[in-house]
Design a protein around this ligand. Structure first.
Ligand code: COA
Ligand code: AMP
Length: 642
C-alpha cells in the first residue's frame, strides 16, 4: 500500500483550507427543495449550524429520489432472518409505497411535523419503514433498543413525550421469544407522559394483548389505509436544521442523553461517507450487522445506504448460533455484499466457535471487498485473524452515537492508507482531532491525553441534546473550551494515526453496546440490603468488557450474601435489561477509597483484569484491596496481587 496513492491527504487539506467549500460541494449530492443559504452559520445554535436556510426531506432523498431516477425495481432492503425463518426483498418502489402508507397512518393518528414517535421494535422491515415514514412527515423518531427493560424505555418516553409508540408483539432471540408488549405496557404504566396511541405489529411467533382505545393493530390499520388510499404522497419540507431523530445513549448517570440529529447535515455527511470512507457505489449491497436501536443501525442500516442508492441488508440474527459461525459468510455470499460493518465482538464470537474458519470454505465471497469494525476497540488479535481468514482489508474506525459517523477511519474510497493494527487510522475531513492534557494544552506525539475535536463539529454531529442545551454544553464543551470532549482517551503517533484506548468516564462497552456503570450503580443502590456499591467494566474475552458489581451490605443484614448477589443480578436485568449482560455481583465487606472518600475504581479494575497494580498513595486502608482481590478470586476473576 503506497500512502502517496491515497487522495486522503489532499481531501483533508482541502477541507482544512475551506471547510465550508468542502461541505458545500458534498451538499450538491443531496436533493434540496430549497438550497441552503450557506454551508454553515457560526452564529446559530450552540456552536453553529450546518446548511441554514436549506429545505429538504430525508425520506425523499432515501427513497423517492431513487424511484424517480430508475432504481424503483432495485432491492432497497433485503430482510434476512434466520431466527424467524423469513426472507423478504423490498424494492425501492415497494419501500416508497409502504412508507407513504405508514406516513398516512401516522397522520391519521394525529402526528404532525415536529411530533415525536417512539419505536420499540425488533429488526423487521416495519422498523425501517417506520423511521422513513416519520422522516417523510417531519416527525421526529426515537428508536429504543429492544434489549432495554421497561424502566429504560419509560425514561425515554418521559423525555421525548411521544404522541404515538410503534412496537411489536415480540423480538426473537436465539431460543427465546422476547415479549415486547408487556414491557411496553409496563413502561407506559411507569411514565408520567402517557402516549395517546400504540401501533402494534403482531408477529406470528407471539400475539400481544391489546389495550382497547390505546392500541391499534398495525396490519389491520395498514389494510384499511390501503383500501382508503390514505397515503402521504409528497414528502413534507423541513428545515435542514430541523431534527430528524433523537437517539438516547448512556450518560454518566441513569438518565440517558437524547442525542439530536438534524436532517440536512446528516444527509450530506452520510452520503459523503458511503463513497469516500466505505468505498461503496450506488447499486451495491452493503451490510451493517447491528440493530436499528443503535447509532450504527440508524446511520448504516437505514439512512446512509438508502441515501446512496445501495441495497441494505436487515439481518435479524447473530453471528453465531443462528445456526452456526458461518452465518455471516452465508449472508454475504447469498446477497452479494461488498462490505460488512460490525462490532469486533461479532468476530470474536465467530473466532471462538470456528477458529480455523472452516465454515468459510463452503461460501463464495468473491464480491466481498472490505470489512469495517467499530463500536469498541478492535483488538489486534481479532483484526489480524479476520484479515488472514478473509484476505481483504479489515478497517477499524472510531465514532460515537453523538457524531453519527466516523471521527477517524481509513478512507477506502479515497484510497486506503497503510493499516496500523490498534489504530482506527486518521481523522476524517471535518474533524480536527487533538490530544490534550487537563489544561487543554496539546500534548506531543505518542503521549496519552484526552481526545477532543476542535469546534465546530462537522455535519451530522449532534447540535445539542434534546431539550437540554445546558447539559450539552456542560457535558461536552465546558471542560476543554473551544473543543468537543469525546470522553475517550488516547494518543496520536508521529504520522497522525489516532489510537483510542478507553473512556475517561464511567461508560463501558459490552459487546459493542454502550452502557453506563453509573446507571447500574443507581439500580444496585436501590436494593434494600445494599449500603453502597461500585460497578466496573472488567475484561472479557468475548464481549470486550462486562460489568462487575461490588456491593457492601447494610449492617444488620444477615441473609446469605450469595442470595443478595443473585437478587442484584436479577435487578439489573429487570431494570436496565438483558443487554447489560450483568452476571457478576460480589458482596464485599467494604470498598477501597481514598482518604477523601473516592472509590478507587481504577485500581479495582486492574485487579479484576489481572493487570499489575500499585498501592495508591492516597488509599485509606491498604488491606481493603487485598480483600477485593480475594473476593474476585473467589468468583474466578483477576489474578495479580499488588
Ligand atoms: N431484544 C431483546 N433482548 C436482546 C436483544 C434485543 N434486541 N439483543 C440482545 N438481547 C439480549 C440477549 O438475548 C442476551 O440475553 P441473555 O442474557 O438472556 O443471553 C443479552 O441481551 C445480552 O446480549 P448480547 O450482549 O448481545 O449477548 P449475546 O450472548 O446474545 O450475543 C454476540 C453475543 C457477540 C453474538 C452479540 O453481542 C453480537 O453479535 N454483537 C456484535 C454486533 C452488534 O450488535 N454490535 C452493536 C453495535 S455495532
Ligand atoms: P457508541 O456511542 O455506542 O457508538 O459508543 C461510542 C464509544 O465506543 C466511543 O466513545 C469509544 O469509547 C468506543 N468506540 C467506538 N468505536 C471504537 C473504536 N474503533 N476503537 C475504540 N473505541 C471505540
Amino acid at each position: 500500500m503506497d500512502v502517496r496513492s491515497s487522495r486522503y491527504h489532499e481531501a483533508y487539506a482541502g477541507w482544512q483550507r475551506d471547510p465550508q467549500g468542502f461541505w458545500a460541494e458534498a451538499a450538491a449530492d443531496i436533493d434540496w427543495f430549497e438550497k441552503p443559504k450557506a454551508a454553515f452559520d457560526p452564529n446559530a445554535g450552540i456552536y453553529g449550524r450546518w446548511f441554514p436556510g436549506g429545505v429538504c426531506n430525508t425520506c425523499f432523498n432515501a427513497v423517492d429520489r431513487h424511484v424517480g431516477t430508475g432504481r424503483g425495481e432495485q432491492a432497497a432492503i433485503i430482510y434476512d432472518s434466520p431466527v424467524a425463518g423469513a426472507k423478504r426483498t423490498i424494492s425501492y418502489h415497494r419501500l416508497l409505497t409502504e412508507t407513504q402508507v405508514l406516513a398516512g397512518m401516522l397522520r391519521d393518528l394525529g402526528i404532525e411535523k415536529g411530533d415525536r414517535v417512539i419505536l420499540y421494535m425488533p429488526m423487521v422491515p416495519e422498523a425501517v419503514i417506520a423511521m422513513l415514514a416519520c422522516a417523510r412527515i417531519g416527525a421526529i423518531h426515537s428508536v429504543v433498543f429492544g434489549g432495554f427493560a421497561a424502566r429504560e424505555l419509560a425514561t425515554r418516553i418521559d423525555d421525548a413525550r411521544p404522541k404515538v409508540i410503534l412496537s411489536a408483539s415480540c423480538g426473537l432471540e436465539p431460543g427465546r421469544i422476547v415479549h415486547y408488549k408487556p414491557l411496553l405496557d409496563e413502561a407506559i404504566a411507569l411514565c408520567r407522559h402517557k402516549p395517546a396511541t400504540c401501533l402494534i405489529l403482531q408477529r406470528p411467533q407471539a400475539e400481544a394483548t391489546m389495550i382497547a382505545g390505546r392500541d391499534h393493530d398495525w396490519a389491520r390499520m395498514r389494510d384499511h389505509a390501503l383500501v382508503h388510499a390514505r397515503s402521504v404522497y409528497d414528502c413534507v419540507p423541513v428545515e435542514a436544521t430541523d431534527p430528524l431523530y433523537i437517539l438516547y445513549t448512556s450518560g454518566t448517570t441513569g438518565r440517558p442523553k437524547g442525542v439530536v440529529r438534524d436532517n440536512g447535515g446528516h444527509m450530506v455527511a452520510l452520503k459523503w461517507s458511503m463513497k469516500y470512507l466505505y468505498g461503496v457505489e450506488p447499486g451495491e449491497v452493503y451490510w451493517a450487522a447491528s440493530d436499528v436501536g443503535w447509532v450504527v443501525g440508524h446511520s448504516y442500516i437505514v439512512y446512509a445506504p438508502l441515501l446512496h442508492g445501495c441495497t441494505s441488508i436487515l439481518y435479524e440474527g447473530k453471528p453465531v448460533g443462528t445456526p452456526d459461525a458461518g452465518a455471516f459468510w452465508r449472508v454475504i455470499s447469498e446477497h452479494g455484499c461488498v462490505a460488512l460493518f460490525t462490532a469486533p465482538t461479532a468476530f470474536r464470537a465467530i473466532k471462538k466457535e470456528d477458529p480455523q474458519g472452516k465454515l468459510l470454505a463452503t461460501y463464495d465471497l468473491s464480491k466481498f471487498r472490505t470489512l469495517f469494525l467499530a463500536g469498541e476497540r478492535a483488538d489486534p488479535d481479532t483484526l489480524i485473524w479476520a484479515e488472514r481468514l478473509l484476505n481483504i482489508p479489515v478497517i477499524d474506525h472510531w465514532w460515537q452515537t453523538e457524531t453519527g459517523w466516523a471521527i477517524a477511519g481509513n478512507p477506502v474510497g479515497l484510497g486506503m492508507l497503510p493499516i496500523k493494527h490498534g489504530s482506527p487510522t486518521v481523522a476524517m475531513p471535518g474533524y480536527d482531532v487533538r490530544i490534550v492534557d487537563e489544561a487543554s494544552r496539546e500534548v506531543g506525539a505518542n503521549t496519552m491525553g484526552s481526545i477532543v475535536v476542535k469546534l465546530p463539529l462537522p455535519p451530522a454531529c449532534l447540535p445539542t441534546l434534546w431539550e437540554a442545551d445546558e447539559r450539552f454544553k456542560e457535558g461536552y464543551l465546558a471542560e476543554f473550551p473551544g473543543y468537543y470532549k469525546t470522553a475517550d482517551a488516547g494518543f496520536k503517533d508521529e504520522d497522525g494515526y489516532i489510537f483510542v484506548m478507553g473512556r475517561t468516564d464511567d461508560i463501558i462497552n459490552v459487546a459493542g453496546h454502550r452502557l453506563s456503570t453509573g446507571g447500574m450503580e443507581e439500580v444496585l443502590a436501590s436494593h434494600p440490603d445494599v449500603a453502597e456499591c461500585a460497578v466496573l467494566g472488567v475484561k472479557d474475552a468475548l464481549k470486550g468488557e462486562v460489568p462487575c458489581g461490588f456491593i457492601v451490605l447494610k449492617s444488620g443484614v444477615n441473609r446469605p450474601p450469595n442470595e443478595i448477589e443473585r437478587e442484584c443480578v436479577a435487578l439489573i436485568r429487570d431494570k436496565v435489561g438483558p443487554v447489560a449482560a450483568f452476571k457478576l455481583a460480589i458482596a464485599v465487606e467494604r470498598l477501597p477509597k481514598t482518604r477523601s472518600g473516592k472509590i478507587l475504581r481504577g485500581t479495582m479494575k486492574k485487579i479484576a483484569d489481572g493487570e499489575p497494580w500499585t498501592m495508591p498513595a492516597t488509599i485509606d486502608d491498604p488491606a481493603i484491596l487485598e480483600e477485593i482481590g480475594s473476593a474476585l478470586k473467589g468468583k474466578g476473576v483477576g489474578a495479580k496481587t499488588g
